[in-house]
Design a protein around this ligand. Structure first.
Ligand code: ZN
Length: 285
């Protein structure tokens, strides 16, 4: 039932985009050259069957905001400008410049995104960063905590950067200004010992990652509320859930602007952001 409904919706979207590809506007220049590729991308964005993170997913709209940001375009996946920019990216990274989105191109993009996370780079070196000394952690205020899961602490400089980010988002995104829940934090600093204990006692190991070495131990990782799909959790990794988050104005703003405040994304979790500005030890709270 759901599958056939999804297939029907995909066809509707493809038709909508097909119409769009012939439409006018700055995203639809170059139609003569990249029009066919735009049509293929419009279809695959909603229907491509693949498994970028192990489980089967359909389409790649959950990743579209990050991909558009990387391609320096606001034009959607079904436009000739997107195809043209994608071909340029592929060329730069030693891939065939087809202008068509595919799993190989995603792997290159994913590698770039992961390399921007010092925590991930440390893990690839076999290191697990130490938690900060407790006196470098600061308390959130109640209005910054999401009701779903209370979290108390972040590294102080990260908390300051987070507050600057939220103030800017409130000023720039009507959706955020209208809903105080958006961008609230549902996980910040997590004490590794408490995580390990929870893993051992409750079997709540977050796929073992949490117990082994979570980026949340650094006090620089934040899980931000960016909306949720009906009936799903705030951190549901279901593809449909992540796609709903990715469509929202809040996430799109984060993708384009969080870097101004020192935060980088984690592609698989639209809510998870890591602060990467070098920490200044002379920082005075
Ligand atoms: Zn997280």
């Amino acid at each position: 039932m759901w599958r056939s409904l999804l297939a029907f919706l995909s066809v509707c979207f493809v038709l909508a985009f097909a119409g769009g590809a012939r439409a006018a506007g700055p995203c639809h220049t170059n139609t003569d050259v990249w029009g066919d590729e735009a049509l293929v991308n419009a279809g695959s964005a909603y229907g491509m069957e693949w498994a970028p993170f192990g489980a089967t997913e359909y389409g790649w709209m959950a990743y579209a905001p990050l991909i558009q940001q990387e391609l320096h375009t606001r034009c959607g996946p079904g436009t000739p400008i997107f195809a043209s920019q994608l071909a340029g990216f592929q060329q730069t990274h030693g891939l065939a410049p087809t202008g068509l989105f595919d799993a190989a191109t995603f792997q290159v993009l994913r590698g770039l995104w992961q390399e921007r996370r010092p925590f991930v780079m440390a893990r690839t070196r076999g290191e697990c960063p130490d938690p900060p000394p407790i006196n470098q952690l600061g308390y959130l205020v109640a209005s910054e905590e999401h009701a779903d899961r209370l979290t108390r602490l972040l590294r102080r400089d990260v908390l300051d950067a987070y507050r600057r980010l939220v103030a800017a988002a409130r000023a720039e995104v009507p959706e955020v200004a209208a809903d105080p829940e958006l961008l609230q934090i549902f996980s910040g600093f997590r004490d590794p010992e408490a995580d390990a204990a929870r893993c051992a006692q409750q079997g709540n190991c977050d796929g073992l990652r949490r117990a082994v070495c979570s980026p949340h131990r650094t006090g620089t990782a934040v899980d931000l509320y960016v909306g949720q799909a009906p009936g799903r959790g705030v951190d549901s990794t279901a593809a449909a859930s992540r796609e709903v988050m990715a469509r929202g104005a809040t996430y799109r703003w984060l993708v384009a602007n969080a870097g101004r405040f020192g935060f980088v994304p984690y592609v698989y979790e639209p809510w998870h952001w890591e602060y990467v500005r070098p920490w200044d030890p002379s920082f005075a709270p």
